[in-house]
Design a protein around this ligand. Structure first.
Ligand code: M6R
Length: 617
């Protein structure tokens, strides 16, 4: 999971590539590099660290002129993050340059073969092996770059999105894709082209984009339509030009200090966008076309299996509670990474719901492919339009949360739950597992959620004050029951990933089976204790913690008195039906993690070792 960019046209390539890399830094940020062709020579500069480090280095290293170039921001797989392992990589002759997102699994055997033919390597990367393989094919077969890339790629096993430049053919860049995404922005009259892992680096230049499919490659040449071909047999592909819906404002911070904060605050709008045109509360209608078109399949399903990773997996757990409660369909929630390797029992009567913000998570994609191969119907819940998972599914629905750039997922989580709850309600109605009165009540409740989320956001300063008291904690426990048990997991994940404080989420009743041993007077325990469901039970759990002197931060319903008396801090949320409460209880946990991380001086949007889309397994 790296970010790649490229430009070929008449403009100065350097600022386009650097800005593009900055927008792609969510994909990886342990090193960065750029190659520019000035009409005569390839100039390149690369460094460990962020794109800002690269900018400083370029000023000392090279002349940043040229209207053709490629760039890269890296999340290391093969080889530690250092200058040498950074991309671009050049071939032995120095004529070819490549940037790569993905993994070449059989690089070792290819490398040995190339070494036996006299090649030497400067880095530990699989990418340097690939560019030398392309060069070797080009020389041996006496073919042009496009053909050499095609032949070389048919010999590799793995995943890739690549952009390759050949100084002896400087009016074109060759790109190819398998497993990792790549988009080509098409300039007016084909006078210029932009290449990137997603469309964000070029939205101010063009709204026309081609998304390569797996096993496709393209020769991007000035003044000519993009020639897309199948890697396997070199046959022509009729590539569609898509009109981008993205705009610049959506991918900028808009006055917030961090993307994460912006995205937390965007939730009322994002949730509204998720149910726009789908939820007609007054009329008592829910209409999600991907679901309507496959209603029979859903009604006949014996089981729903949800596959996802990370935060999306937590949204899947919330959905399990909601689907089983509302629609009485058995649900199993699986980590995609486990599911794909554990020989699961899947039948044609199963529906697999794949949840993914990015739509690019490698394990989720592989889980879908496995489910499809066993005859299950796969329904995708994705945010990124046109992403690999969205394209691979049999059907699906987008969350429409807008771009999520902060590595810590926030609005993706609440919009996934929103969409899945709408689906469960619609199915409950169709199956007759919910009374008409309850159905109507939930629709009205759903419509009020954005307003209630806004109310929670208004107490941000109170949450910030609590954060200040616990910023030096080393461990933290999150407890919830029922619909809010997955929220406890999500709260813990948010804290650990951005503040590096160890945190664990638990079903509250499980505490006495082990974690209670951790509690002492320095341990903050965040308890979701709203007045619905098993309120009395959770009050008892709080008392158990208090007897061991733990510090309690409780998320309670407005007007709560009982927990207020016992807890050290309470954060009040508006009254809400229990099944929809995760949409509100999550918000204070996101804000708490955010403020603690900022106060600890952590890089909130780009936490260490992480990347936004995990496109490697
Ligand atoms: O794009 P996806 O929803 O498939 O991503 C899944 C996880 O990688 C993601 O949710 C990750 O856990 C986030 N960093 C959590 O904040």
């Amino acid at each position: 999971m790296c970010g790649i960019t490229g430009y070929i046209g008449n403009r100065d390539a350097y600022p386009i590539i650097i800005n593009g890399l900055q927008r792609l830094e969510y994909r990886g940020y342990d090193s960065a590099g750029i190659m520019l062709f000035d009409g005569q020579e390839i100039n390149f500069s690369k460094t460990k660290g962020k794109v800002s480090n690269l900018q400083e280095k370029v000023e000392n290293d090279i002349s940043a002129s040229g209207s053709i170039g490629i760039g890269h921001t890296r999340w290391a797989t093969h080889g530690i993050p250092n200058d040498l392992n950074s991309h671009p990589h050049l071939s032995q002759s120095g004529d070819l340059a490549i940037v790569h997102n993905g993994i070449i699994e059989n690089y070792d055997s290819i490398k040995k073969e190339l070494i036996s033919r006299g090649y030497t390597f400067k880095s530990d990367t699989d990418t340097e092996v690939l560019i030398n393989l392309i060069e070797e094919v080009k020389n041996q077969e006496n073919v042009m770059l496009g053909k050499a890339v095609q032949i070389a790629l048919s010999q590799v096993i793995g995943a890739y999105a690549i952009a390759v430049f050949d100084k002896t053919k400087p009016d074109e860049i060759v790109v190819a894709k398998l497993g990792s995404p790549i988009a080509i922005g098409v300039g007016k009259n084909f006078e210029e082209f932009f290449i990137a892992s997603d469309a964000s680096p070029f939205i101010e230049y063009t709204k026309d984009a081609i998304y390569l499919e797996d096993e496709e490659m393209a020769i991007v040449k000035i003044g000519r339509e993009v020639a897309v071909r199948k890697i396997i047999d070199d046959s022509n592909v009729d590539a569609k030009i898509h009109e981008l819906q993205l705009n610049l404002e959506q991918i900028e911070k808009g006055g917030y200090d961090h993307f994460m904060l912006k995205e937390i605050y965007e939730q009322p709008k994002a949730i509204t966008d998720t149910f726009r045109g789908r939820l007609l509360a007054k009329e008592g209608i829910i209409k999600i076309s991907g679901l309507e078109n496959n209603m029979k399949k859903f009604l006949n399903a014996e089981r729903i299996i949800i596959v996802a990773c990370g935060t999306s997996w937590h949204a899947g757990l919330v959905a399990e509670y909601i689907f089983e409660d509302f629609a009485r369909i058995p649900v199993e929630v699986e980590y995609a990474s486990e599911f794909r390797y554990r020989n699961p029992i899947i039948t044609e009567k199963d529906i697999v719901i794949a949840i993914s913000q990015s739509g690019e998570t490698a394990d989720t994609l592989a889980a879908i492919k496995l489910a499809k191969s066993k005859g299950a119907f796969v329904f995708g819940v994705c945010n990124v339009v046109g992403s690999s998972i969205a394209r691979e599914n049999d059907s699906g629905a987008y969350t429409h949360a807008g771009p999520e750039i902060g590595v810590a997922s926030t609005k993706a989580f609440t919009t996934q739950i929103t969409l899945l709850a709408l689906m469960a309600l619609r199915l409950a109605r169709a199956k007759g597992t919910m009374t008409s009165a309850s159905y109507r009540l939930y629709l009205q409740e759903m419509e009020l959620i954005p307003k209630k989320v806004k109310q929670v956001l208004e107490i941000d300063s109170q949450i910030k004050a609590i954060a200040k008291k616990y910023l030096l904690s080393t461990n933290c426990l999150y407890l919830g029951r029922g619909f809010n048990f997955p929220v406890a997991l999500e709260g813990a994940l948010k804290l650990k990933e951005i503040s590096y404080i160890h945190a664990e989420g638990y079903p509250a009743a499980e505490m006495k089976h082990g974690p209670i041993a951790l509690i002492d007077d320095r341990m903050p325990i965040i308890v979701i204790a709203i007045n619905k469901g098993h309120y009395e039970k959770i009050v008892s759990n709080i008392q158990e913690i208090k007897s061991r002197k733990g510090k309690i931060i409780a998320i309670v319903t407005e007007g709560d008195v009982t927990v207020k008396e016992i807890a050290d801090h309470v954060i009040e949320i508006p009254e809400v039906e229990e099944a929809l409460s995760p949409l509100l209880t999550t918000i204070p946990l996101q804000l708490l993690s955010y403020h603690i991380a900022v106060m600890r001086d952590c890089n909130v949007d780009q936490p260490r070792n992480l990347a936004k889309s995990v496109t490697v397994e």
